[in-house]
Each structure stands twice: as C-alpha cells, then as structure tokens.
Design a binder for this molecule. Sequence first.
Ligand code: UDX
Length: 444
Amino acid sequence: MGKKPFNRIILIHFLKMDISVVGSGYVGLITSAGFAEKGHSVVCVDIDPKKVDMINARKPPIYEEGLQDILDHVVPDYLTASLDLEKAVKESDATFICVGTPSDNDGSINLKYVKEVAAQIGRVLKEKDSYHVVVTKSTIIPGSTEEHVIPVLEKESGKKAGKDFGVVMNPEFLREGVAVEDFLNPDRIVIGSLNDRDGNVIEKIYKDFKAPVLRVNLKTAEMIKYTSNSLLATKVSFINEIGNVCKRLGVDIYDVSKGVGLDHRISPSFLNAGPGFGGSCFPKDVKAMVHKAREVGIEPILLESVLEVNARQPKIVLERIKMKYQLKGTRVTVLGLAFKAGTDDMRESPSVPVIEGLVEAGADVVAYDPQAMENARQELSGISYEKTQRDALAGSELAIILTEWDEFKKIDFSPMKKMRVFDTRKILNTDLLQKGVEYEGLCW
Ligand code: UDX
C-alpha cells in the first residue's frame, strides 16, 4: 500500500470508514479482513484472547483460502484485533455484530450472544455523541433485529433507534472454503434499514464492491438470508431424492442434472447429488425456518421434507453399502470427513452418521481427510486415522469417498487388499480408473 499524494489521502480518508466488528468466527473474521482489504480501518473484537493474539500476529484462527495473504498486508495498518469492545465502538462509525446464533433444541435460534453484544454496544452509545450505526450480520431469524436487538440497544443507551443511532441488517452469504472470494465478490449486497440515512452509511462502506445493492427493511433482509439457504438446501434434497430414483432406474443423476441445469430458470448450481448437506448453516437455518413458520401458524411441509430427505440420505448410503459388501471384520477406508471440500469443518457432516453405521456393522474403519481429521477426532470414536490417502488404503477391502476433495479425482488403489470403491460424490474420474478396480456410485 505505497505512498499517496496528500489530497488523495484526505479523499480516501473521507471515503474510508472506521469499522468495528464483534466476533471473529467465519463471518466476523472474513468481514473484518474483507473491509480492511478495501482500505477501511477495522477493529475486530473477540472475547477469546488467543484468537485476538493470533489475528494480530497475522495467524488466521480458521483455514480459508486467501485469508493468510490478506492478513499479511492489512495487519496492523488496516486491521487490528482487540478484547476492548468499548474502545472499538467509541472509535468507529459502525459496528457489525457477527457473533454465533446457535440452535436451541426446538430448532429455534438462540439470540443470547447477539443480545449480550447489543447490550454492551448500547452502554457505549449512551456516552457517545456522534451518530453510530449498529449492523446485525449474524444469521438471525426474521424479526430479531426489530423485536430483540433494537429494544436492548434503546434500553442500554437510553436513546432512540433511527434517531440517535442507526440500525441496519446486512446478511452475509459467504460459503466456507471460498469465504474470502465470496465476501469480496458477492452476488448482491442486501441492506435492510430503519431509514435511508442508516442504509446510506452502510452502502458507503460497500462502495468499492462490484455487486447490486438491494435496499429493503430490516425483516426483509433477515428473510432473504433464510430463504436463500432454505432454497439451496431444498435443491440439494431435491436432487438427492431424484438421484435415489435414478439409481433404481439405472440412470446417472449427474447426466440428468446437466440437462436440467441448462435451463436458465434452474441453473446448474447445487444440483450435485451426494450423501446429504451438512455444515453450520443449512441444517440450522432450515430448522429455524421450520420453527418460525410454525410460530406464525404455517405448517412447513416442504421444509420439513427437506430435513427428512437430508437425514435419510446417509442411511441410504449405508443401506447401499450393506447390500453390496460384507462389512463385519472388513477393513474399510473412508476418504473425506469434512461436510464439503475446502474446509476442515465437521459440523453436521454426513460422514459422521455413515461412519457410525459402518462401525456398528462391525467394519474396521480407517479414515483420511486432508484438513478435517483433527476436528473429526472430537466427533468420531472407534476408528483409526492415517496421514495419507495411500496409508489409509493399505490392506483395505473397500474405499468409500464421502467428501469431494480434488485429490480424490485420481486414486492409486494398488495398496488395497481388494480394489473396491464406493463414491458418494462422483468425484473420482472413472476414465482414469486402474484395471481391476470395482467401482460403485451412490446415484449413478
Ligand atoms: C452455505 C451457503 O451456501 C452460504 O451462502 C451461506 O452463507 C452459508 O451456508 P456452506 O455451509 O459453506 O454455505 O456450504 P455450501 O457450499 O453451501 O454447501 C452446503 C452443503 O450442501 C454441503 O454439505 C455440500 O456438500 C452440500 N451440497 C452443496 C451438495 O450436496 N450438493 C450441491 O450441489 C451443493
């Protein structure tokens, strides 16, 4: 970031904002790094001193492509991490709330962390004279900002939202594994606000982003996020159900998806059949939508089915494997543990129920994943792990591919005792298959 002529510095300073971000999980850290990359001055606040130290030492606490590179050139000039929320809010123009919203047992989301942070921000706003905008960016069920966040902010600050301070809802659509890319190149920027003034402040922050800006009200912004994830999850459950039918018909679902996806009204994305969707978003968000729909008196038949089809898919994987292979006492290699490629995340990964079923059937399971084994050890017991694909295949009689890592496109099966493979992601390039390998696909 070389030297700039004086008036350009003033101009840039005028256009660049002082931003505070609370929470350094996926959304919080990527948002902080992304805004800093665009030249804003960002303070990322977290309660975890280890994470704060790591960020200030330019060590990303999560694995995401491109994040290390950004931290290398924005820390400390454009991005610092801090434990001090009060100072960060006092010294910034806007604060993005990016803390977690875990699920409660009934599927509804728990707003306790969001409300705690809103209370802290409210207490700072009480003493702050300049106009400050509070932005909810966590995935929160429609109505949350108006019914829960604003009342807390007004109570703690003694001030009025939309008059003494601003409130905006700005959902994030980044995917794990490509989070930096998605944040810096969004398909759209949704800005829900109480009034134009607040929305304009946040639109200014996104000035250098090349994406359409959609200005709506707070609840609509929240609903756009849930509806997007619910529809994407529906596409996955839909193609998995059709995939199961295709298998019985002897048709390859991926050929079908290709033909269907060419229809511009449908698009080819999220039509890859597999062992079911996982991750920290789809399962949680669809469950929260189901709960909300019931709360407002609508029976969410479709969304319920999306979850049912998804819960059934790992069982169908197991059923297929049990029908075709003897498992008791058989050494079985599982290739891929993460809920999808490109991440070390095991949350709601379909590999967990599949592996638990294999162990229950008496298989001797050995697993390999390029990124997720450390996290998998927390979730899975009674199996062994190998550092390389090759070691994991040694002496094995069946390989099962569960995550679509690129390195599984071409596999040397020769270390196996019996070269048999069951692919649930259609990642293996069967044109390159070694002679003598017995191949089986989930829905093809
Ligand atoms: C998702 C949304 O895509 C993102 O916009 C939102 O902000 C957060 O939730 P993410 O959870 O990272 O992102 O994963 P995504 O890439 O959407 O995949 C979700 C699940 O669906 C994964 O388990 C993936 O394997 C599965 N999937 C996805 C399929 O099985 N088939 C597909 O065609 C696409």
